[in-house]
Write a protein that binds this ligand. Sequence first.
Ligand code: NDP
Length: 289
Amino acid sequence: MTTVAFIGLGAMGYRMAAHLPKHFDQVLVWNRNFEKAKQHATEFGTQAVSLEQAVQADIIFSCLPTSQDIIHLIQPLQIKSGSIWVDCTSGVPDAARELEALLKQRNIAFLDAPVSGQTIGAENATLTFMVGGSEAAFNQALPAMQAMGKLIKHVGASGAGFAVKAVNNMMMAVHLCAAAEGFTTLKAHGVNLTEALDCINASSGKSGVTENVLPQRVLNRKFPLTFALPLLAKDTGIAVDLIRQAKLSAPVIGLTQSLIQAANDTSEPDSDFSAAVKMYELWSNITLE
Ligand code: NDP
């Protein structure tokens, strides 16, 4: 019998872990604010346990804000020998390699397995997993990832999953800035933004941002908090570090990182990532609605 644990029941983890009891007999959950773990157990039939107990599972998932949080959490723990740690945090590739090496000494495999698909994908078990690390560990953890995701890809050695995620989110940030600038321009020229959006979404300028973020978050002025702006700023920072490490020139990405960082620095607390467009609204005195 495979025991599965989930550590970190935030916006993503709470919803992801909810699918595991449909596929595994014993699912252990832990959260820093332990009330959330108890609530999860009541709602989904998981078991709220101490962190020390959670890391005795065969497959241990984690989903915390940053790699730094994961390193601090893992270092003092006595984790079950022979287990696989699957980290779904959008983390730093160097940290994945560091953790893989550290845990290997204790006969534990580490996979960097960030996800995309947002909270709705977590809720519907339709997430995309991009996984770095040993292929054997990937194959062993695959059924547990399949319980929460739809497309699950092994993308390379340790750190590759985090790299793919950082570049994906950086590209999304580029689209977000481009859409904010494009739609501010259209509004300045008196164009109906809803009609313009329909045209663009049937044309070559479309992106995930124009198809989902603009209609569902910006133009309706809802900006629901499901993916915090500081987390996007963290991801764009990881992408810029990757570019620097590879000694590449990437001016669009460099500029986008500065813009997202500035939006984050000036945004209200608890802002959704989509609220980055408000910086453009402030500059132009134009509201995107
Ligand atoms: P949340 O802020 O909603 O949740 C963070 C979770 O981590 C909470 O359970 C929190 O516990 C816990 N936590 C925070 N710091 C620590 C710590 N130092 N030690 C132990 N536990 C800690 O974040 P999300 O769920 O939105 O994001 C988690 C990760 O997933 C991030 O890396 C993010 O970039 C990524 N991601 C997010 C997506 C989204 O749409 N939200 C989509 C794809 C990836 P507590 O409840 O006690 O605060």
